[in-house]
Design a protein around this ligand. Structure first.
Ligand SMILES: Cc1cc2nc3c(=O)[nH]c(=O)nc-3n(C[C@H](O)[C@H](O)[C@H](O)COP(=O)(O)OP(=O)(O)OC[C@H]3O[C@@H](n4cnc5c(N)ncnc54)[C@H](O)[C@@H]3O)c2cc1C
Length: 382
């Protein structure tokens, strides 16, 4: 399968690739530690407007493609996860607003999110569940003119720094999606998490105490929240997979550089040992396969096709393959692969996040298996 990018997508790739490699990569450690880009570089990053690609002009977008955004995410994460993550979190609110939100919600929130003037988030997970929407305990109760939300959320990225988020709460037997604003009464961030793979990200508990959401802050219909969550997470898994492939590409480049320069009895290990060549070849096979499937699924999104099972498949594949690629890169580095001073160890720490964020791997397996069990035979769709 040949991946054919449009002129605009190729331009995005060229510009982001240069920016990530020339401006971000040399300061990667500092960016990852601070969880932010330094002044000057941040302004340029915001001006480049990579999140505009899949959104309509009417809301500050450019009527481009989802593929364009995914290219930007992958290229950015080659330099650092931080700028890619800024785009991703805003996308996770902007996408459901565009697809399900009223004109009022789109006009109010999309321009700020797309231009990165505001910070977005998504809040589903609770202390007792991250996988099962039927176990949600956060409740929205009908009151005059809107809804009163009470409950708590856990592991919510950006919940301490965002301006607004999409939040899922029970409304009777159903789930409903709301826009929740952090500057309103009843919005209370709690304990912050420090994950091993991303210490700089803001992530933690959130309490809703008699938080009032007016009727016009319901996204879609009352009771449509489960569908909105599944569709948003499906597209999110694709965007999210792109970051991790960016990490794998960086790991391959580091392994090749190391194999070309580390010597054994005067000869570079890359040229000398077939075992090293075998690992490099295996890394490349995995990266090529991930890229081919990533952009195949992106083309389905841009073509308006269903991607629910494909997104689960991509996420499962990427979480497993990226880890394997980075482990090979670490092995080629010998003991230096475990050194805090070497970038490849940081890549591994980041990569293990892929197995939980945006849904556990078991859940992806359940989705994939359900897609085929009951069918007479496997047939690849065109
Ligand atoms: C860095 C980070 C950022 C995050 N950001 C956000 C965020 O911004 N917003 C948000 O809402 N959440 C966020 N999360 C939470 C994340 O989405 C959940 O942790 C994840 O969905 C898993 O949920 P859980 O931890 O409750 O695990 P559980 O759902 O309790 O699962 C525990 C184990 O049981 C298995 N299991 C559960 N149900 C089934 C089933 N039906 N079939 C088979 N196996 C099953 C799982 O695979 C897993 O191995 C974040 C998590 C991390 C680590």
């Amino acid at each position: 399968m040949e991946i054919k990018f449009t002129f605009e997508e190729k331009e995005i790739q060229k510009v982001v690739r240069r920016f990530a490699r020339e401006d971000i990569l040399p300061i990667r450690k500092e960016v990852d530690r601070q969880g932010d880009l330094p002044e000057g570089i941040k302004e340029r990053f915001i001006e480049m407007g990579f999140l505009r690609s899949p959104f309509p002009e009417a809301y500050g977008g450019v009527d481009g493609t989802f593929t364009g955004l995914v290219i930007a995410l992958k290229e950015l994460s080659y330099g650092s996860m931080i700028p890619a993550w800024m785009l991703f979190e805003n996308f996770m609110l902007a996408y459901p607003l565009l697809r399900y939100g009223s004109e009022f919600l789109k006009d109010t929130y999309l321009p700020g999110l797309i231009s990165l003037e505001t910070i977005g988030a998504l809040a589903f997970t609770e202390a007792d569940t991250g996988s099962d929407p039927t176990q949600l305990k956060t409740v929205a109760e009908r009151v005059k003119g809107g809804w009163l939300i009470n409950g708590s959320k856990r592991f919510i990225t950006n919940s301490g720094i965002c301006n607004h988020m999409i939040l899922f709460a029970r409304t009777g037997n159903d789930v409903t999606a709301f826009v929740v604003q952090s500057d309103k009464e009843g919005y209370k961030p709690g304990k912050r998490e420090t994950f091993i793979h991303s210490a700089a990200f803001d992530n933690g508990d959130l309490y809703l105490e008699d938080y009032f959401a007016p009727d016009d802050h319901v996204i879609g219909e009352v009771g449509q929240g489960f569908e909105i969550l599944l569709q948003t997470e499906a597209v999110g898994k694709i965007a999210f997979s792109a970051f991790f492939i960016g990490l794998a590409e960086r790991a391959l480049d580091l392994a090749v550089q190391y194999a070309n320069t580390r010597t054994h009895r005067g000869k570079p290990i890359g040229g000398k040992f077939q075992m090293t060549q075998w690992k490099i070849a295996r890394m490349m096979v995995r990266i090529e396969a991930m890229n081919a499937y990533l952009f195949h699924v992106c083309a389905r999104v841009d073509g308006g096709k269903e991607i629910f099972t494909e997104a689960a498949l991509l996420k499962l594949m990427v979480a497993e393959e990226v880890k394997a690629v980075i482990l090979d890169a670490m092995e080629i580095h010998g003991a230096y692969g475990l050194s805090q001073e070497y970038e490849v160890a940081d890549l591994y720490r980041t990569a293990i996040g892929a197995q939980v964020i945006m849904g556990s791997l078991d859940i992806q397996r359940v989705i994939i298996a359900r897609g085929i069990l009951g069918k007479a035979h496997y047939s690849h769709h065109s």
